[in-house]
Design a protein around this ligand. Sequence first.
Ligand code: SOE
Length: 388
Amino acid sequence: MTKTINIGMLGCGFMGRTHSNAYSQVNHFFELEHRPVLKACYGREQDLEVLKKFQKMWGYESIETDWQKMIARDDIDLIDVVAPNFLHHDMVIAAANAGKMIVCEKPLAMSMAEAEAMVAAVEKAGVANMVMFNYRRVPAISLFKQLVDEGRVGKAFHYRATYNQDYTINQKVPAGGAALWRLDAKVAGSGVTGDLLAHSIDTAEWINGPIQKVVAHTEIFIKERMHAETGKMEPITIDDACMFLAVFANGSIGTFESTRYARGRKNFSSMELNGENGAVYFNLEEPEYLQFFRYADPDTGKKIEDHLTGWQRILVTNGEHPYMDKYWVPGTTIGYEHTFINAIADFFRGFEGGPKYKPDFRAAMRTQKVCDAVIRSAKEGTWVGIES
Ligand code: SOE
């Protein structure tokens, strides 16, 4: 018999929508023992109208304007944290102490110190936990990892990641408030490093193993913006752009670039790995494609490149491809929202006897560690080592 899991959603913005959609859809595509129920959603008192609209659109049974009350409710089994970053720590610790399962949007925390306390709290409470690094569950990115694990790239030399957007170029874009809290350091912690590069780092380490050291440069292009809530001009202290070099434990070297000032780029996340036997490339503007260059046989290492060799553009929609047997027929694509559905399905399977969901809080703490090292390196202007 299907068991219900009552969801308490802490937040009603963009990520609140992606996560709510995942809970609503997951049982339509995956056979699971559990069925999530959208029990209650939280928003601030001053955002009551937004909260009510959110409740109506997603079909939540009730609302709360006090997140502590939500966590204390006996009829809530799982707390989903999609509030701005500065609240993650307190919400997670309270939810763990109340014995709830926890889903937390990335980045896990504002700093390693916060992340360590959060990991200790969920592990002490023994509650199921996961961090929403949804891009691992893009079928083409999962296939990227599969090709690497199958030895088709061989010895890795170069990893190259970008995550570029352009929505802050206009000086008149304010900082702060419900829509633009990502530009407010007190609320977001860091800029593109925690918001965008965290995704790139998570997938890079998942695919190519741990990063051992980094050297970074960050830039703030517009030094002052009007704060959306106070109406006053305030200094901007988050990183608008960040570039860093990385050395991986497997001996390969990497470049990472992220900015919100790349005119024309909206959500351009790309990654490429070049190795001895082959290379793989993905970009999120064409999410259904994976590109693969085959040079040598993965078993023998013998060259197979010939006059027909070239980059192969794989349309990742076949039943043999990761997750795709759960959706439509070959040639029909899925989208951004399905990456969250796939993640929630994997999380549930993890406590239904399937493989444990990754990244859980402990695994996601690695990304926090690399992000902290990147910010420190940019401040100090030196290489910073990252312990394993
Ligand atoms: C920022 O614009 C953002 O919404 C990130 O916060 C998300 O994690 C990313 O998936 C899309 O871009």
